[in-house]
Design a binder for this molecule. Structure first.
Ligand code: FAD
Ligand code: NAD
Length: 477
């Protein structure tokens, strides 16, 4: 069977489903090929993000933080809770319900936008034809004026610690445990390691994080990374840097991990392990060799700044291509490509994509770090404001962290905003808008922020860049 669409999207994650919806909005006859089978054994849209990524991890981060607050912090506010227990199976069920509602919502949006969902695995053939292998192994061929590749990524596995049942798991497995391990080893102190390590730490596990690199969160501004490391240590996350995992073995219900660090060979006995050492793009079933799709040296589909591959009318977006592996980056590439296909002009500003690590406190940033500016030899100024001096953070009794703003000392243009602190995932939007609007320190300084809010810390950090912060002594005066 062969049918013809204006656009076929392969992959229905946040990059692909958003691209499909925008294409349909623009009047293009659109199909999306998606192979995901969910926990309930049903085909599902939404990709990694909705099924086993952003959403379920945030659901568990939220539930585990509420538990931790009730257990350890309500007393600070004079709320006496005689006994708090975590019903972990209920937490997992609640997370699953959120996932099902959201993935079902995308299915509803596909129907409303008249997008054809072709269930199965898509492979790109020459001349913008797509072969689909359905879940019953039947095959069909479809063709389109344009094809958008959006097959995303999967967890990287390491030979030294092969996955095993629900004892040694990747991030997806760690979202489904129904009991709390007494002792947990997380391999990789990246975004996933810190988020999922935090979930299980809050629920009561003793957590050791083994990180191969000597630096902690090297992509984060150093001052913010150092402050975060201190706070994670206070929370009981035992983060070991420069720890290279050599081997592992499962003995009964214990896992033994061998690693080396600056002091030599070490051994660790734990109950469960999460391997969180990065993700690789899904290209293995995506295309046949005769299609000649160019893959770069990092195993990503090669694209130009407009997400065009080397094949005419074939585009690639999301985790499959260069740039940060973030849902919002993929979605915005999806919108941009749909609009380009429809003949519109559009631009995506890769310099103003926010990143967030949803730990407590949250770590968020956009733009350049201080280290990057130093390396560039830039003439910059900075303002830092601690949440300790914020009235709202005090009222919340949640005063860890700071806002740091970096700006060009000559033009006053804001170059970066870095926040570790409560709700920084929401606060960082101020930084994104400032960069998007090419705003300056003076723009933020002249803006009226509501009192008392956490966002006043941004105002004060901006004032501090010019030595005129009100609520802390000024370093620059
Ligand atoms: P994916 O979401 O991976 O979707 C790709 C889809 O393509 C999948 O549904 C897959 O089934 C399908 N597919 C693959 N091959 C084929 C094929 N040949 N045929 C048909 N279908 C195919 N990012 C954030 O921005 N914020 C977060 O808070 C966040 N949290 C995360 C937490 C975890 C635990 C993980 C693992 C990731 C998280 N991410 C987060 C990253 C985010 O999930 C990804 O960046 C995002 O999902 C990438 O979107 P995508 O559409 O490119 O790929
Ligand atoms: P990551 O790249 O953030 O971190 C992986 C870490 O593992 C690195 O610090 C790396 O040095 C370390 N590592 C690699 N091999 C190792 C080994 N053998 N032993 C010990 N440590 C090792 O990757 P991740 O945490 O797996 O996340 C994957 C992607 O998913 C990230 O790119 C991230 O952007 C995305 N993600 C985003 C969010 C978010 O936006 N909040 C949340 C989760 C995931």
């Amino acid at each position: 069977m062969s049918d013809k669409y204006d656009v076929i999207v392969i992959g229905g994650g946040p990059a692909g489903y958003v691209a499909a919806i925008r294409c349909a909005q623009l009047g293009l006859n659109t199909a999306c090929v998606e192979s995901w089978i969910n926990k309930q054994g049903k085909p599902a849209l939404g990709g990694t993000c909705l099924n086993v990524g952003c959403i379920p991890s945030k659901a568990l981060l939220e539930s585990s933080q509420l538990y931790s607050d009730a257990k350890h912090h309500f007393g600070d506010h004079g709320i006496v809770v005689p006994s708090v227990t975590a019903d972990v199976p209920k937490m997992i069920q609640s997370k699953d319900k959120i996932v099902q509602e959201l993935t079902g919502g995308i299915e509803g949006l596909f129907k409303a936008n008249k997008i054809t969902w072709i269930k199965g695995t898509g492979s790109l053939l020459p001349d913008r034809q797509v072969e689909v292998t359905a879940h019953d192994n039947s095959k069909s061929i479809h063709s389109a004026g344009n094809v958008i590749l959006a097959t995303g990524s999967t967890s990287i596995e390491i030979a030294a610690v092969p996955l095993q049942g629900d004892v040694i798991v990747d991030s997806a497995g760690a979202l489904d445990w129904e009991s709390v391990p007494e002792k947990l080893c997380v391999i990789g102190a990246g975004v996933i390691g810190l988020e999922l390590g935090s979930v299980w730490r809050r629920l009561g596990a003793e957590v050791v994080v083994l990180e191969a690199q000597d630096a902690f969160l090297p992509m984060v501004d150093d001052q913010i990374a150092r402050d975060s490391l201190r706070q994670f240590s206070q929370q009981g996350l035992d983060i070991k840097l420069g720890a290279r995992v050599m081997a592992s073995s499962v003995n009964g219900d214990k896992v033994s991990i061998e690693y080396t660090d600056k002091d030599g060979e070490q051994q660790l006995q734990v109950d469960r392990v999460i391997v969180a050492v990065g993700r690789r793009s899904n290209i293995s079933q995506l295309t046949l060799p005769e299609t000649d799709l160019l893959i770069d040296e990092r195993g990503l589909v090669h694209v130009n700044g407009a997400c065009e591959t080397n094949l005419p009318g074939v585009w690639a977006i999301g985790d499959l291509v260069r740039g940060p592996m973030l849902a919002h980056k993929g979605s915005e590439e999806g919108v941009a490509v749909a609009e380009r296909i429809a003949g519109h002009q559009c631009h995506l500003n890769y310099d103003a994509i926010p990143s967030v690590i949803y730990t407590h406190p949250e770590i968020s940033w956009v733009g350049k770090t201080e280290e990057q500016l130093k390396e560039e030899g830039a003439n910059y100024k900075k303002g830092v404001f601690p949440f300790l001096a914020s009235g709202r953070a005090k009222a919340m009794q949640d005063t860890a962290g700071m806002v740091k703003i970096l700006a060009d000392a000559d033009s006053d243009a804001v170059l970066g905003m870095h926040i570790v602190g409560p709700h920084s995932s929401e606060l960082i939007g101020h930084g994104v808008l400032t960069l998007e609007f090419e705003g300056t320190i003076e723009d933020i300084a002249r803006t009226v922020f509501a009192h008392p809010t956490l966002s006043e810390a941004i105002h004060e950090a901006a004032l501090g860049a010019d030595g005129r912060a009100i609520h802390i002594p000024n370093r620059n005066r």
